[in-house]
Design a protein around this ligand. Structure first.
Ligand code: BGC
Length: 410
């Protein structure tokens, strides 16, 4: 056996997002989307974190990691354009205060794919007033909740919902409109910049950033267009927004899940983003995996090297995880975690400044278009009874967090 030590002060954590775990997020565009029958499964009570956060935080303590990443739901805090809900601010004060009481470093997102319904109906990020409206909300969050936050990723992976909602029609607002898409990307960047200034004004030492979906992409049967496709895909996921906010980022937040093996398929010249088909460009499925994802630990090393080369900023891996079937014995997740950490460690040894790792997710939750089937949790949730049961991976990950090292076979 060999022990791989991680740098002192390394942040070990897990992550959740408000809409995916809280339940009953009724004033949102997603809730309306579900009621209109636009997706198969409704989020409903989700993992009922809204009511169970204290006992879920007990689990966090048992896990023994030193950080936790979560989001607040804009629509709860501002259910109408001209109304903030103090009751909900009080709720989040309790949630965040409880995390601080337990000695956890808190990472917060202000927007995780979901907007208040009033915002989407009348404005949306493509609207010229969007960034002022978002800034107004951000200011209020910073004033009321800022004392509990150690680090912000203001937006979580905005390009995924913008692609799905402005080009793919499968997320709200349900457009297929490139013009609006580009305006919305600009609107998110503008909103981010304003939020950055607001946070920095009050808390100059708190790091602020934006999380990006990286993954690793390779293309087959495409000859010389391979390079172009990879470049366009990276531009879409990262550079389009990053290019507009570069000077207002204190770190890079990398989210890595899988290998995207891209193929060109003449038979599928259509747009079907749920099945990952983009006008003939298809991301290949892994039949063994519930969401068709290909596990590829080497990719996280490649991504980290690339980010380090391009940007001279500290790196936090803010999400990394794997969808599995229901069950407590999740050897697949244990292998996934260890294999990825091995590569992360290698990158650190080679000088890449990685400062933290959050596993997605603490517990099973509502996986957007895929409903409740894919299980990403270290903790299993029985969605009938809301009973929590830590999986084997929970205990394995706990050992790593608590010892700050990974034991591997030589
Ligand atoms: C998102 C999560 C999602 C996870 C798995 C991440 O990119 O931030 O909301 O559950 O991917 O699909």
């Amino acid at each position: 056996m060999k022990k791989l030590k991680f740098p002192e002060g390394f942040l070990w954590g897990t992550a959740i997002s408000s809409y995916q775990v809280e339940g009953n997020n009724k004033n949102t565009d997603w809730w309306r989307w579900e009621q209109e029958g636009k997706i198969e499964t409704k989020s409903g009570l989700a993992s009922d974190y809204y009511n169970r956060f204290k006992s879920d935080h007990d689990l966090l303590q048992q896990l023994g990691c030193n950080t936790f990443r979560l989001s607040v739901e804009w629509a709860r805090l501002q259910p109408e354009k001209d109304k903030f809900d103090q009751k909900e601010f009080k709720h989040y004060k309790e949630v965040l205060g409880d995390l601080k009481k337990r000695g956890l470093h808190v990472q917060l997102s202000l927007w995780w794919w979901v907007s208040p319904d009033w915002f989407t109906k009348k404005y949306g990020f493509h609207h010229q007033k969007a960034s002022d409206l978002f800034a107004n909300y951000a200011q209020k969050v910073v004033d009321e909740l800022g004392e509990f936050v150690d680090m912000y990723q203001v937006f979580n992976e905005p390009m995924v919902p913008l692609g799905q909602g402005y080009l793919g029609k499968v997320f709200p607002p349900g457009f297929m409109n490139p013009w609006k898409f580009f305006r919305a990307a600009a609107g998110v960047a503008e909103s981010y910049k304003k939020a950055y200034e607001i946070i920095k004004k009050k808390y100059p030492n708190v790091p602020v950033g934006m999380s990006y979906l990286y993954n690793w992409y390779e293309s087959e049967n495409l000859g010389f267009v391979v390079k172009i496709i990879n470049r366009v895909s990276k531009w879409f996921r990262v550079d389009l927004i990053d290019g507009k906010i570069k000077d207002k980022l204190d770190f890079m937040a990398v989210q890595y899940y899988r290998l995207g093996r891209i193929k060109f398929d003449w038979k599928n010249i259509r747009m079907d983003s749920k099945n990952q088909i983009y006008f003939g460009i298809r991301v290949e499925d892994n039949k063994q995996n519930l969401m068709g994802w290909i596990t590829y630990p080497d990719g996280i090393y490649k991504v980290l090297k690339e980010v380090a080369k391009e940007r001279n900023l500290p790196i936090y891996i803010t999400e990394n995880g794997v969808p599995t079937d229901v069950g407590i014995d999740d050897q697949e997740r244990i292998d996934f975690i260890k294999d990825h950490l091995k590569f992360i460690h290698q990158a650190i040894e080679e000088g890449v400044d990685v400062r933290g790792y959050n596993h997605w997710s603490l517990m099973d939750n509502f996986e957007w278009l895929y409903g409740f089937e894919p299980r990403f949790g270290l903790v299993e949730v029985d969605f009938e009874t809301q009973k929590r049961t830590p999986r084997r991976s929970f205990y394995e990950y706990a050992k790593i967090c608590q010892s700050n090292e990974l034991e591997i076979e030589e």
